[in-house]
Design a protein around this ligand. Sequence first.
Ligand code: AMP
Length: 189
Amino acid sequence: MNLILFGPPAAGKGTQAKRLVEQRGMVQLSTGDMLRAAIASGSELGQKVKGVLDRGELVTDEIVIALIEDRLPEAEAAGGAIFDGFPRTVPQARALDAILAKRGQKIDSVLRLKVDEPALIERISKRFAEQGRPDDNPEVFVTRLAAYNAQTAPLLPYYREQGKLVELDGMASVDTVAASIDAALSVVA
Ligand code: AMP
């Protein structure tokens, strides 16, 4: 089973992805984590993307599509992928569909975690205070939210038209969101 956890930054995608990994043995494919690992390792890719992440903008589609493509065999072997923070643009979504189709696979469900902007801003200031992730600082977060609204939200009609979009209340507690994800997946699996 291949899932997309969809939503703005700080919607709770990473938290829910990690739980699904633990409970279902699936593989979390977070392009944000992969890019941060590249930056931490000082690789050529890391040096290339550091400024983009620091500004809260999106890296190019080619870069993230290649990162995802590399990890698909591992996800397949584990029984499925949880895409977290990918796709973020319509071209990324189309590329993902094409790559999966070539491998005889597909996206089974797109779980949208709906959280309103004031709650996102509150969550992110807390996370910034606790973890100090540079792109969680309030000014950069405004850019990240703008990127979500302009480039990522247009994916909603794309997946709605495919009949794959499931809308969930991401404002609820972590456990309640987890239960609503499990209920949604019981229909898919
Ligand atoms: P995240 O941890 O998912 O919030 O991602 C952190 C940052 O990595 C984003 O603000 C972007 O700069 C970059 N990034 C992560 N995933 C993507 C993607 N699918 N497309 C473009 N940029 C991405």
